[in-house]
Ligand binder design. Structure first.
Ligand code: ADP
Ligand code: MG
Ligand code: MG
Length: 252
């Protein structure tokens, strides 16, 4: 059962501190949601956990199953089971979706344990079907010319194919109409298991109607300032963030 511990994490970009002492613990079977105003460091947290070279960790610890994540290279983090569905997935020309997925899966499985082509195709078919994705997507270049919603579905397809231990979803709901949102939510729910933990970053409670979180956290100014259950997301939707700022004496 995976166990991710983030302890007093501090990270900066271009000498500006963005993550300012963040604590969070995610175990297998749990779905955590992080909500917070724009610019508060949510995507920075996600990128920092994945080891994006732009972000420099200045203090704190990130531990996955007892192993120091901060010591791992980006590909080692993926192999250890960390996965990020990005807010703004990049387009890669010349690499088809299928090529990308197959090499990502094999990188995760390791040398000598590569997935067979037959099994890969079977799995891909099944999962694209579940996400109601057109077969043509398999052969198109990664995210090139995909609409916002298609990119988000494609991120979830990657997650379903890679079967990560810790799934970080950064605004997977943005740009989705209600039908696409339900398809994506069904994909996430199908992946929920005791062997997997989720960190769902979102601005809107809407997604959380379909993917019920166990914990909801509010992130402001680079740290988690309040935690609760699903009712916290409902209150944020209804009342915004001002009451939390008042309660905690946060000035921005
Ligand atoms: P959120 O996801 O909560 O909206 P971000 O993590 O995207 O917030 O951004 C947090 C802060 O970090 C913002 O002030 C943003 O301007 C800054 N920031 C994020 N990425 C970069 C970058 N690549 N270069 C400079 N500043 C950045
Ligand atoms: Mg944002
Ligand atoms: Mg963001």
């Amino acid at each position: 059962v995976p166990h991710l511990q983030i302890k007093n994490l501090r990270a900066k970009i271009e000498d500006k501190e963005i993550i300012k002492g963040l604590n969070l613990e995610i175990k297998g079977g749990e779905v955590h949601a992080i909500m917070g105003p724009n610019g508060t460091g949510k995507s920075t947290l996600a990128s920092t956990l994945m080891g994006h070279p732009k972000y420099e960790v200045t203090d704190g610890e990130v531990i996955l199953n007892g192993e120091d994540v901060l010591e791992m290279a980006v590909d080692e983090r993926a192999r250890a089971g960390l996965f990020l569905a990005m807010q703004y997935p990049s387009e890669i020309s010349g690499v088809t979706n299928t090529d990308f997925l197959r090499s990502a899966i094999n990188a995760r499985r390791g040398e000598g344990n590569e997935i067979s082509l037959m099994k890969f195709i079977r799995e891909l078919d099944k999962k694209m079907g579940a996400l109601e994705m057109d077969e043509a997507f398999a052969h198109r270049y990664l995210n090139e010319g995909f609409s916002g919603g298609e990119k988000k579905r494609n991120e979830i397809l990657q997650m379903m194919m890679l079967e990560p231990a810790i799934c970080i979803l950064d605004e997977i709901d943005s740009g989705l109409d209600i039908d696409a949102l339900k398809v994506v939510a069904n994909g996430v729910n199908a992946m929920r298991s005791a062997d997997r933990g989720f960190l769902i970053i979102t601005h809107y409670q809407r997604l959380l109607n379909y993917v019920k979180p166990d914990f909801v956290h509010v992130m402001m100014q680079g740290r988690i300032v309040k935690s609760g259950g699903p009712e916290l997301a409902e209150r944020l939707e209804a009342e915004g963030y001002d009451w939390i700022k008042e309660e905690l004496g946060i000035v921005d």
